[in-house]
Design a protein around this ligand. Structure first.
Ligand SMILES: [Ca+2]
Ligand SMILES: [Ca+2]
Ligand SMILES: [Ca+2]
Ligand SMILES: [Ca+2]
Length: 290
């Protein structure tokens, strides 16, 4: 999955940090904003030696990408995200929301981040300016909408993902992956019934299918293959196709006489679906899944 983003370094930093925190393996990350956010991301993921190489692989490719353009970026008209500085108390936060007439929709405690609903008539720009002026606020930004770019239909498109380019055959001499490695794929979901993926799809060992009980007490009932924070359910089946394509690149079963081959021939892929059937979803939906 490529991620392109030209604004809102804060959310991007957060999302990227979470992607890595989830131990995601992705085919390539592109951060168009460059500089500050990339540096911040490296700090967030602890050095990020692998990040640079992954990013440079991604930059050579014009692959499907997640976009929120600076000009004409779509976001929720009546919501903003506010991150507080360390040490800000809950009552100080509540007082600020009262002062500005905003109500808290969600508290992402790990990130000191509040999703706020604005008072009627207030614009996102006004609210951001108001919050940014507060000394306890680290940043304030819109709740951006993320969209997948259309996959190009060039006949040689698949070559852009070419395994030769990343020297995969040489790597396969040493290893073709391991079923003890679980990769989280945050995308449009996975077609976990796909004949070339099914064997490499993670199945939650602590969950009993279809009994209506959250057996492993992780907060999700019957989460067998992952979760779906876009539709708020525990069935991350891919209704768009992109996540399945990404999963194929990462871990289509190798040497099985079917379809294609992934970078990893053997692996386990869990899915967090945060993009809907139209290929888009809001940043906060990702946050909800982590
Ligand atoms: Ca569960
Ligand atoms: Ca269950
Ligand atoms: Ca679903
Ligand atoms: Ca195969």
């Amino acid at each position: 999955m490529n991620i392109r983003k030209s604004t809102a370094a804060g959310t991007m930093q957060l999302l990227l940090a979470m992607l890595f925190r989830c131990a995601l393996a992705v085919a390539g990350l592109v951060l168009v904003a460059g500089g500050s956010a990339a540096a911040a991301m490296k700090a967030d993921v602890g050095g990020g030696g692998n990040v640079s190489s992954v990013m440079s692989v991604g930059q050579e490719q014009r692959t499907p990408a997640l976009v929120a353009k600076e000009k004409g970026a779509k976001y929720k008209e009546d919501e903003i995200l506010v991150k507080f500085k360390e040490g800000t108390t809950e009552s100080q936060k509540d007082q600020l929301h009262m002062k500005h007439g905003a109500s808290k929709l969600k508290d992402f405690k790990t990130y000191r981040l509040h999703l706020l609903k604005l008072k009627t008539g207030q614009t996102v720009e006004q609210a951001i300016a108001d919050y940014k002026a507060e000394p306890d606020v680290e940043y304030a930004e819109p709740n951006f909408r993320y969209e997948l770019m259309t996959t190009p239909n060039d006949p040689d498109y698949s070559k852009l993902w070419g395994m030769a380019k990343i020297n995969a055959p040489a790597a396969w001499n040493s290893s073709t992956g391991s079923n003890s490695v679980v990769i989280g794929i945050i995308d449009t979901g996975i077609d976990y019934t796909h004949p070339d993926l099914a064997a490499n799809v993670w199945v939650n060992p602590g969950e009993t299918k279809g009994d209506g009980i959250d057996n492993d007490a992780n907060g999700y009932v019957d989460d067998i293959y992952g979760i779906d924070t876009y539709n708020h359910d525990t069935n991350p089946f891919d209704d768009y196709g992109h996540g399945t394509h990404v999963a194929g690149t990462i871990g289509a079963q190798g040497n099985n006489g079917i379809g294609v081959v992934g970078v990893n021939w053997n692996v386990k892929m869990a899915s967090c679906k945060f993009l809907g059937a139209n290929g888009s979803g809001y940043g906060t939906i990702i946050l909800g899944g982590v």
